[in-house]
Design a protein around this ligand. Structure first.
Ligand SMILES: Nc1ncnc2c1ncn2[C@@H]1O[C@H](COP(=O)(O)OP(=O)(O)OP(=O)(O)O)[C@@H](O)[C@H]1O
Ligand SMILES: [Mg+2]
Length: 326
């Protein structure tokens, strides 16, 4: 757990401005800005090839940016590589350990702290029985838990997890999710790379969506839902009576955008999320409580799909704006 003093002196654990990285003629990251605040789980989300891994590799000092600045707890990860390495724990997308290495040996190799720290982590991730197992003999989920232990061994100020649950079965995914939730609850700052939308929904306090190495949008799940998830739909059947009148009257209920009849004869009311409560209250006030009332609420998954599927353009970068002014 961070002390109060640490929290106020380092509100920003990661600060990235205008990061660009090109491999040959392939632009991987193109003027990206990113902040990770102390104690939050920030999700970096985007399709394959969006530039996520390149970004976190620059944050860890494993790659040198072509342009832009990267600061981790105020340090430059290229110039202050040793200090940054001591402050950051990471599980990289391409992590691997030699098959014959035992878990206990890996821990010894990576640990710069007391054995008691390691024992606590081994217990927390349920690996007590696996200490003598060789890495190659373990299942994917067990290996991921070993990577988590290694990432946390030296009490890092920042933990970077790049596609932590890739290839895991649903039960193992949930197990790893609960490990990340424990980290969050303990106040550890986490930068989580994923393209699993449900994972982001469960774990992230804030999300940065990227495409083609640029930020499409950033915000809390609630902010992204409000901006990109579209409308809520409330549906219900009506027995008889003045359908046209009902449809007309519902159009003036607060938050409602439009009202129509589904092919099955159900009334479909589309509007802001607030319209759900207003439509419900309106129906109750008229003594009409439909037994088949159903609500489709836009969620984060819907928001991210809209955002990532290509209909929305990335925000212009500083270099675009400079170019436009020339
Ligand atoms: N070492 C490299 N050499 C050449 N091109 C690379 C290299 N690493 C990444 N790239 C390219 O840079 C782009 C961004 O790759 P990156 O690995 O950062 O994406 P990503 O968002 O992590 O994707 P994924 O979800 O598939 O892991 C891709 O087009 C990729 O092909
Ligand atoms: Mg990647």
């Amino acid at each position: 757990m961070k002390t109060f003093h640490e929290t106020i002196t380092d509100p920003e654990v990661v600060r990235v401005r205008g990061l660009s990285k090109t491999y040959g003629n392939r632009v991987a990251v193109d003027g990206l800005d990113l902040d990770v605040s102390a104690g939050e789980v920030l999700g970096l989300i985007g399709a394959n090839g969006a530039g996520k891994t390149t970004t976190v590799e620059c944050i860890q000092g494993l790659r040198r940016p072509d342009a832009g600045t990267v600061r981790v707890l105020g340090l430059d990860p290229v110039r202050d590589a040793d200090r940054v390495r001591r402050l950051v724990g990471s599980q990289l997308q391409s992590s691997a350990l030699p098959d014959r290495l035992r878990v206990s040996e890996a821990i010894e190799l990576f640990s710069t702290r007391s054995a008691r720290d390691a024992d606590g982590l081994v217990e927390r991730f349920g690996l007590e029985d696996k200490l003598r197992s060789s890495f190659g003999s373990m299942s994917g989920g067990e290996q991921q838990r070993v990577f988590l232990v290694l990432a946390l061994l030296n009490r890092p100020r920042l933990v970077i997890l790049d596609e932590l649950t890739q290839g895991l079965d649903p039960a193992a995914r949930r197990e790893v999710w609960s490990s990340v939730a424990q980290l969050r609850d303990a106040g550890t700052t986490v930068l989580l790379v994923t393209h699993e939308l449900d994972e982001a929904e469960v774990l992230c306090d804030r999300i940065v969506a990227v495409r083609s190495g640029r930020v499409l949008d950033a915000g809390t799940p609630a902010e992204l839902v409000a901006r990109h998830a579209g409308v809520a739909t409330t549906r219900f059947g009506i027995r008889d009576g003045d359908t046209d009148g009902l449809v007309r009257a519902l159009r003036s209920v607060s938050g409602v955008h439009d009202v129509g009849l589904d092919p099955g004869g159900q009334v479909a009311v589309r509007g802001d999320r607030s319209s759900i409560a207003h439509v419900g209250a309106w129906l109750v006030s008229r003594g009409a409580i439909p037994a088949d009332l159903r609500v489709d609420v836009p969620d984060l998954e819907a928001a991210l799909l809209t955002l990532l599927d290509g209909r929305e353009e990335p925000a212009p970068t500083a270099s675009d704006l400079t170019g436009a002014l020339r």
